[in-house]
Design a protein. Structure first.
Length: 214
């Protein structure tokens, strides 16, 4: 340090140290308390913050509980003495009115006359007694003639007709006449059908007794 090139004046740090002394130690050693107190200070601050946070959360929870209104359950009051409970209404069978009980009078003869009026009385009608009691074909012929049909023939079939029960068959264009014939002889309308006939325009196949109308 005594070199002429060193620009600074010598000071106490340029003096040589004694034998055995530590080199570069210029400060007094620190005590134990100076090393511990910063950690204690940090711990105290953290504890204070934790206590404050718990207090704030507790106040918030109490406020929410106070704001909620108490839940009450309503109960129906028992009936007071001297009053009667009204029974529930039950459906009852209403008495039928005169209009509902009165059934319209049926006039089969009038219905038959209306059908006959729409029919062709000159149509060729054949009445075949296939398995009906004797004389049923003649009875049917007389009933049709009494209603104004002028071309009715009663006979027995020469071969099986293949009919399943008493039926009324008719050719195309004779549906109204077939309906009138069935009505006069008391044969249900659902037993009439259009087919291809070899003879006649309307054919009645009798396989049982009939009840002519009118």
């Amino acid at each position: 340090m005594t070199s002429p090139r060193y620009p600074y004046a010598p000071d106490e740090f340029d003096a040589p140290v004694a034998d055995g002394a530590p080199v570069g130690v210029h400060r007094a050693p620190r005590g134990a308390w100076s090393k511990v107190w910063p950690f204690l200070l940090v711990a105290l601050i953290c504890a204070a913050l934790a206590v404050a946070a718990v207090a704030i959360l507790s106040q918030t929870g109490d406020t929410s509980d106070d704001a909620a209104p108490p839940v009450t359950q309503e109960t129906s009051a028992p009936p007071t003495e001297g009053t009667e409970e009204t029974p529930s209404a039950e459906p009852t069978d209403a008495a039928p009115s005169d209009e509902a009980s009165a059934t319209p009078s049926e006039d089969p003869a009038g219905d038959v006359d209306a059908l006959v009026a729409a029919a062709d009385p000159t149509a060729y009608v054949r009445v075949l007694n296939e398995s009906a009691p004797a004389g049923e074909a003649g009875k049917a012929e007389s009933a049709l003639e009494a209603k104004g049909f002028t071309n009715v023939v009663a006979a027995n079939p020469t071969a099986p007709t293949g009919a399943s029960g008493t039926v009324v068959w008719y050719v195309e264009g004779r549906a109204e006449t077939a309906a009138a014939v069935a009505a006069v002889l008391g044969i249900p309308a659902e037993q009439t059908s259009q087919v291809n006939l070899r003879e006649g325009e309307v054919v009645v196949v009798l396989q049982g007794a009939i009840q002519p109308v009118g």
